[in-house]
Design a protein around this ligand. Sequence first.
Ligand SMILES: [Zn+2]
Length: 333
Amino acid sequence: MDLIIQILQELIPAFLVATGGVTIVSGGFTINSINKSLIIREKNKHKYLKLYKRTGEVKETQESEIPQIIRLIFKGNNKQDYLNFINMVKGPEELKDIIETFTTNVDEKNLRFCARNLQTVKINKKNIMKDLKDYLSNLKKPIAPIGLYHPTSNTIDLFIPSKQVLSHEFIHMCSSNGEDCGFLVRNFGYGLDEGYTELLNKRIFKYKTYSYYKNVNITKLLETFFDNPKDFEKAFFNNDLDAVLIQFCKYGTKKEFFDLLEKLDNFAMGKIPINDFIEYQKLKFKLYDIIKRSNDENKIKNFENILFQSSLSKILHNGYTLTSPHITSKRLK
Ligand SMILES: [Zn+2]
């Protein structure tokens, strides 16, 4: 991506925010939204600190000793022929093409929740003017949704008629055990989940643009930590955040993992433009330091190939450093 575009994407005070797949007018980028973002960040900090303290030592060889973050409430039958089942169930008409592309690009063993949820999923087409306004007035987050998936009721709310938004929400549905969604497990891993969901959305349906771009790009780097990217995909479709923690901690520390989750949550839940831009760049290089500890030439090479696609990363690598501005500076008061 072009350097100027990358910087502009971050720094222009956006009247457009991305959530479910494309962009939407959200009522402007106001001081109020920055205040909301600051409050959310404080909460995220406490949330992950608590989880960090609760989680035991991460040892590769003693996986069973790790307190489970995960509770799988739906255990599938491995003998189930998911693909045939999906063809039989069919699902809502507007998902027809999406199901076909999705099922040809995802391993059958990862179609368990897709098969289960397709039987009852409902798509609610919302009126963007009316419903979004009502929704926004009750919204705690500073970001407006254009699509939403509710795991407990197995419903998709669609605020604009966009295939990209629908397929993004559909992937949430396919990774939902009825309580958790992909890597969003018991309220942890929200930002990682959005990053990986949109990464899959972009890959499977070959969209040129994508939302949650910081989350997507960090998730892409994190994928290189796995010996096989399919293991990352399998973890996603089984709500197995532990698998990511274990793989990460082969090279990184538990603290670094929870810091990563916290930052990804922050990026996905509300923007503080310049601060986020700097945090995002620093996080990429933090992950670079961690993957280098693997001494695995292939993994480091794969990581570098993704990292240095960005000309800004190349410049930063060659000696420029970034420092965070104080987020309660005069400008924001
Ligand atoms: Zn989403």
